[in-house]
Design a protein. Structure first.
Length: 314
C-alpha cells in the first residue's frame, strides 16, 4: 500500500521545491522521526545554550530541543537565565514580575523546587522561569564572593535532592557575556552554540569560543563545547551552505548534521505560548528540531565519555 508521501510525489512529481514535494518530504521525515526510539543518556546532561550575538535562534533552540526531547520521553528541565523571559513564554510558564523565578533562586530567597513549573504541553518538561526582575541581578550579586557559583549551587542541591531524575538540563543564556552567562556556564558541563547561517555569525563565534576558554581556565575546567547547530538555514541560497561548510570544517565533530530552516511557524509559536513542537508538530521547523534532538541524544555516549576524560585530567 502506498504511503501518503508516495501518493503526493506521484501527484506533484519529484521536484522538491514544489509544494507537493515539500509536503512529501515533511511527511517522510515526520514518519521516520516518530518511528525511532530516542536513547536516554546514562547520566544527566547539563547544557547551556549560549551566543552573545542576539537573533541567532538561541532561545528558540533551547525551547524546541527541550520540547522535542520531552516528547520523546526524556525528562527535561529548562532554566531561563534571560531577563527577557522568552523561553518562559514559549513554554507556557507564568513569569510576571514578583512571581517565583530564577531571580529568587540565584539570590538565595527560594530553591529551584520552590520556583519550578510544569510546561502545559509536555508532562516531562519542567521550567524555572525568568522575569524582568532578573535584569538587576548582575549588579546585586557583583560583590558576592561566590557570585559565579550561585546557579551551580542551587542546581546541584536540587538535582541531588529531587525525586525526579532529569535526562537533560538546559540553561537559556542572555545574549551577552556577563555574570548571568558565567553563572550558567559554571552550572553546566556542556555548551551548545546556535549559529545563524549568515556571514556575520562567523565573526562573533571566535569571541564566544575565547570567552568559553576563559571560563574553562578560571571557573569550570570540565566545560565542553559539545554541540553547534546551524539555524535559519535557507537551502536555496549558496551563502547558507557556505556558512555551514565553513563552521563544519572548523568544528567537524560538534556541528550537527541537522540544520534548522527559516520558518514562519517557528516564529509564530511563542505568541501562542508554545514551542513549535507543540504548535506545528508536522511542520518542517518542528521536524528539524526533532531530528536535531535525536542527533544530540545519539551523541550522548561520546559526549559523556569526553567529559569523563576531561574530569580525569583535572
Amino acid at each position: 500500500m502506498d504511503s501518503a508521501s508516495d501518493i503526493i510525489r506521484r501527484i506533484f512529481g519529484d521536484q522538491i521545491d514544489t509544494l507537493g514535494g515539500e509536503i512529501a518530504e515533511a511527511t517522510t521525515r515526520y514518519d521516520a522521526l516518530h518511528m525511532v526510539e530516542f536513547p536516554k543518556p546514562e547520566q544527566t546532561r547539563r547544557i547551556a545554550v549560549a551566543n552573545q550575538k542576539g537573533g541567532v535562534g538561541k532561545t528558540t533552540t533551547t525551547v524546541n530541543l527541550a520540547a522535542a526531547l520531552a516528547q520523546s520521553g526524556a525528562r527535561v528541565l529548562v532554566l531561563d537565565m534571560d531577563p527577557q523571559g522568552n523561553a518562559s513564554t514559549a513554554l507556557g510558564a507564568k513569569h510576571i514580575s514578583g512571581e517565583p523565578s530564577i531571580y529568587d533562586v540565584i539570590e538565595g530567597r527560594l530553591t529551584i523546587a520552590d520556583a519550578i513549573q510544569q510546561c502545559p504541553s509536555f508532562d516531562t518538561l519542567d521550567v524555572v522561569p525568568a522575569s524582568i526582575d532578573l535584569s538587576g541581578a548582575e549588579l546585586e550579586i557583583a560583590d558576592l564572593g561566590n557570585r559565579t557559583e550561585l546557579l551551580k549551587q542551587a542546581l546541584d542541591t536540587y538535582l541531588a535532592s529531587s525525586e525526579q531524575h532529569y535526562d537533560y538540563v538546559f540553561v537559556d543564556c542572555p545574549p551577552s557575556l556577563g555574570l548571568l552567562v558565567i553563572n550558567a556556564m559554571c552550572a553546566v558541563t556542556e555548551v551548545l552554540i546556535p549559529i545563524q547561517a549568515e556571514y556575520y555569525a562567523l565573526e562573533g563565534l571566535g569571541q564566544l569560543i575565547n570567552t568559553i576558554g576563559l571560563v574553562q581556565e578560571h571557573y569550570n575546567s570540565v566545560l565542553l563545547v559539545s554541540t553547534m547547530l546551524v539555524t535559519m538555514f535557507d537551502r536555496r541560497t549558496i551563502l547558507s551552505r557556505q556558512v555551514y561548510d565553513e563552521v563544519k570544517s572548523h568544528y567537524p565533530n560538534i556541528v550537527l548534521d541537522t540544520t534548522i530552516p527559516r520558518s514562519v511557524k517557528i516564529s509564530e509559536a511563542p505568541s501562542f505560548q508554545q514551542s513549535v513542537i507543540a504548535y506545528d508538530a508536522r511542520g518542517m521547523g518542528a521536524i528539524a528540531y526533532g531530528e536535531a534532538a535525536l542527533e544530540m541524544a545519539r551523541r550522548s555516549p561520546a559526549v559523556l565519555a569526553t567529559l569523563e576524560a576531561k574530569r580525569g585530567e583535572h
